[in-house]
Design a protein around this ligand. Structure first.
Ligand code: GTR
Length: 354
């Protein structure tokens, strides 16, 4: 099986910034569509709530508004953090789930996620939840409500929900980076499942994110296409056609002919620290192929003077492979993101940033 290469010539290594752009363009043209590139008549970002809680914890709510051609849309952002005299590292959480009527989390699930947000805050990080589906709905029939209505017909901006979500998280990062509570050199983008795919695409495009974490991102995320089991291009483009550009569907059943594979997406995050996690009961995402992608992306990390995965042997469940600039674990349990995942991820970034 021929796997497309990160580096095709020696020059690709020497001229990584050029090769990087070529790879990015291949993903844009064949999978994720263009990241929006438009200017707005008005773009506002401001804090609308500040809650001071017990023990020096805070919760803030910000809103981003964009306005163009007399139309506007916006999204909300929640920050969870602990008082500090120093600028703090941050974890941005791509959240396309909270407003989705099909998969809206139950009250219990919300509490579980809230616990994770506060855990991240307790570790000295600012947890920034970006509710991206408020700007671009996660539904094939309705994703063009909101953001897309602001575009002109001739904007030549074919894109996808994942590209709009990735762009929106970057806009929020850009607004927050000048806020003195943020340490600009330690800003991580993260997400679970469809949001994990988005976090990878966002990190690949926007180098202001200095670390990336994707959990159970599977097909169109960390998992290699070639040889993958579980969800494949045919499944994902049928159920979620709005996540990718129209061309992607042409590769359904023809994964071999894709000019890229997902290890090349991970390579675009190098040399920045990268965490990929899987779950043992998540065959649909195909943990072995998520792992393989990490192994292969190591080539880019090494070429840039960093370390890839510390071991190339598929690990036992709940045994993270520690010691590389890419870290991987497979958690025992179902698809989703759990406290166990964060308990491995935060120490990894602490080590990387120390
Ligand atoms: C699944 C989908 C995956 C993943 C997941 C999610 O049904 O097939 O690709 O994105 O949903 O986001 O929860």
């Amino acid at each position: 099986m021929d796997i497309p290469k990160i580096f095709t010539t020696k020059e690709d290594i020497a001229n990584w910034s050029i090769r990087r752009k070529e790879i990015l363009k291949l993903f844009e043209d064949n999978i994720y569509g263009k990241i929006p590139d438009v200017s707005f008549d008005l773009e506002e970002f401001g804090r609308c709530e500040h809650l001071s809680l017990e023990n020096g914890y805070f919760k803030d709510v910000y809103r981003l508004w964009i306005c163009r051609n007399s139309k506007m849309c916006g999204l909300s952002v929640e920050l969870f953090y602990k008082k500090s005299s120093e600028p703090l590292p941050s974890v941005f959480i791509v959240d396309p789930f909270s407003n989705n009527p099909y998969i809206r989390p139950s009250a219990l699930e919300r509490l579980r996620i809230m616990d994770q947000n506060w855990y991240i805050a307790s570790q000295g990080y600012i947890c920034v939840c970006v509710h991206v589906d408020e700007i671009c709905f996660d539904d094939p029939d309705r994703y063009k409500w909101g953001f897309f209505e602001l575009l002109d017909k001739d904007d030549n901006n074919p894109t996808s929900a994942i590209s709009v979500w990735a762009w929106a998280v970057e806009r929020v990062r850009k607004h927050l980076e000048s806020n003195p509570i943020f340490d600009k050199s330690r800003m991580i983008v993260s997400g679970c499942s469809r949001a994990g795919k988005t976090a990878l695409w966002c990190g690949a495009n926007f180098e202001g994110f200095t670390g990336v974490f994707a959990s159970v991102s599977g097909c169109t995320g960390a998992a290699m296409h070639r040889g993958k089991t579980g969800e494949r291009i045919a499944d994902i483009t049928k159920q979620f056609p709005h996540w990718s550009c129209p061309k992607y569907a042409e590769y359904a059943g023809k994964e071999e002919s894709l000019p890229v594979d997902q290890h090349m997406l991970l390579s675009l995050i190098a040399p920045r620290p990268l965490y990929i996690s899987s779950a043992s009961e998540d065959d649909w995402a195909c943990p072995k192929k998520e792992f393989e992608s990490c192994v292969l992306a190591g080539e880019a990390y090494r070429a840039l003077g960093k370390r890839g995965l510390a071991s190339e042997e598929f690990p036992e469940t709940n045994s993270p492979i520690i010691g590389g600039d890419i870290q991987y674990h497979i958690r025992k349990g179902p698809h989703g993101i759990y406290m166990y995942d964060w308990e491995q991820v935060i120490p990894f970034f602490n080590r990387e940033y120390s």
